[in-house]
Design a protein around this ligand. Sequence first.
Ligand code: ATP
Ligand code: MG
Length: 382
Amino acid sequence: MMTTGVVPTESAIRAALSKVNDPEIGKPITDLGMVKSIAVNDDASADIGVYLTTSGCPMRTQIVDRVEQAAADVPGVGTVRVELDVMTDEQRTELRKKLRGDRAEPTIPFAQPGSLTRVYAVASGKGGVGKSSVTVNLAAALAARGLSVGVLDADIYGHSVPRMLGSDAKPTQVEKMIMPPISHDIRFISIGQFTDGNTPVTWRGPMLHRALQQFLADVYWGDLDILLLDLPPGTGDVAISIAQLIPGAEILVVTTPQQAAAEVAERAGAIALQTRQKILGVVENMSWMELPDGTRMEPFGSGGGEMVAERLTRAVGSNVELLGQVPLETTLREGGDSGVPVVLSDPESASGSALRAIAEKLAVRRRGLAGMSLGLDTTRHG
Ligand SMILES: Nc1ncnc2c1ncn2[C@@H]1O[C@H](COP(=O)(O)OP(=O)(O)OP(=O)(O)O)[C@@H](O)[C@H]1O
Ligand SMILES: [Mg+2]
């Protein structure tokens, strides 16, 4: 690189490094104690020492690239050399305290009174109605709008989120925190990341509860705007666990237009009455198929979404909205199979547009907790 005659200073480089986020933690490496040393030499080259959290850090190349790039962009800086070191146990403990405070026991951040994260649990009565597809597409659309989004695949038995997000990356561990992989700007955790291949998991209620608790408390989610939970079908243990672990979670009911599916979906929604959770709304999926001549075919009939919304409105005594109808489309299924959600791979398609419109409704929504400090907190994503 050419030098410009400006003498680079160490503090200019430090300032540049303060804009480098650790790829897993999502916070500046300067704040995380990862910058070990900065030295500017007479020939304007710079030597930068960087601490990795663990020696096997899978992100090391990314971190080195980002540091090199940021330092090289400082006017006057010539060659940049990055030397890696690994944090000591004390440094790691320090880091964990910084990220999680001094609490000995991990707590669920989303269950804390001041939490600004909106938690939406995607539920259905019947299986196969498109919960996971809706979850990953809403997540991708919300992330594309600049929100900080996480997905927890709470379908311990039928986990499908990693495939739909196109990533088989495994979480890494820093101290006792689990760092979720990131795909399409979505942080996500699934039991599928902890099992070998397609090994089925057979857990009973208490173990499920414990696993969910761990996923919520031990995973470092960072400051999320929205956490989406992909629930297994039905009204089972997981829904009740979620209600206990995150009482503020709201339920998003997915149904097909079919009457029989809608009746079961209504039951899944009605569980919110018992658990005193709010119902966010209803999404009708597989609503129709557009034929080449532009006409619509309705393989699953019609009216299911409307019916569930109406009945739940009556049951809970406040308006439950039908948030949108998503048509049956090959491109959506292909997006799921290829790991690029349709809202990204084919955003203008009928299903992509429908899902983006639903995401838009969720994006502008605020958590409905009276007295909470909402709005412009500029420190959150620092
Ligand atoms: N609107 C749609 N158009 C085309 N294919 C769809 C649509 N919605 C879902 N699918 C496909 O239907 C199948 C089931 O969808 P998905 O896995 O999202 O449902 P689910 O409710 O999460 O199922 P499970 O109950 O097994 O968890 C998937 O193969 C998915 O790609
Ligand atoms: Mg699913």
